[in-house]
Ligand binder design. Structure first.
Ligand code: ATP
Ligand code: MG
Length: 209
């Protein structure tokens, strides 16, 4: 693995997630963030392995590698292994602190899909989280835009933080559905980057579990 250097730029957007596997929903959202916010890079950060590994979760190194191959030809996007290196259960607020330790001047946007943003009140230390970053809530099929926008206003009031809504291409793709497709012997063509598809075939991933 080759980590992303957080000293190399001043303003990033961070997308956290399992990326099990990475798909065009993630990538189109990341690219749209890049085009709409003044950031140097959009950094995808796969979470680390669960402490008690379940059979169904793909090793972090493999999830990381698929993201790495998927973003390789796009200078707007990058991948970081920070949470994978830390291992175990990681909280976003700790990741943001770690980035600020490395680069105190770093301006951070944290990108969340509608499903994640809806649950923001259950996240660890939301006040601290909002003091360390600005949140971008991106649309996702099946989630109502109006209530999402309402929620951005609510968190402003509740946590004194900044959150904005961004409409991204509506791609009704999820990693859970992709895993099921592969298990069922169906194709994931045109839903995930070719590099990730080839990696899955090469390593025989998602066949069971
Ligand atoms: P799973 O079904 O396993 O939860 P997922 O497709 O939701 O997988 P994650 O790795 O959980 O993928 O998502 C990482 C981040 O990307 C989350 O903030 C999630 O909301 C967002 N995201 C995932 N898919 C989409 C999509 N199709 N459109 C917009 N945002 C997305
Ligand atoms: Mg998810």
């Amino acid at each position: 693995m080759d980590g992303f250097d957080f000293k190399s730029c001043g303003r990033i957007a961070l997308v956290g997630g399992a990326f099990d596997p990475v798909h065009f929903g993630h990538l189109a959202a990341a690219q749209t963030v890049y085009e709409n916010f003044d950031v140097d890079r959009v950094v995808l950060m796969p979470l680390g392995d669960a402490p008690h590994k379940s059979l169904s979760s793909t090793p972090a190194a493999e999830r990381y590698e698929m993201v790495r191959e998927a973003v390789r030809d796009n200078p707007a996007l990058a991948v970081s292994d920070m949470e994978i290196r830390r291992g175990g259960k990681t909280y976003t607020v700790d990741t943001l602190r770690q980035i600020k330790d490395i680069n105190p001047d770093m301006d951070i946007y944290f990108v969340m899909g509608a499903d994640e943003f809806k649950a923001i009140d259950t996240w660890r230390e939301p006040e601290s989280l909002f003091s360390l970053c600005r949140v971008i809530a991106v649309s996702r099929p099946g989630y109502d835009t109006a209530s999402l926008i309402k929620k951005t206003a609510e968190v402003k009031e509740r946590y004194g933080g900044e959150a904005s809504f961004l409409e991204v291409p509506s791609l009704d793709i999820s990693s859970s559905d992709l895993r099921k497709r592969i298990r069922d012997g169906r194709s994931v063509k045109y839903l995930i980057p070719k590099e990730a598809e080839e990696y899955i075939i090469r390593h025989d991933l998602y066949k069971e579990g």
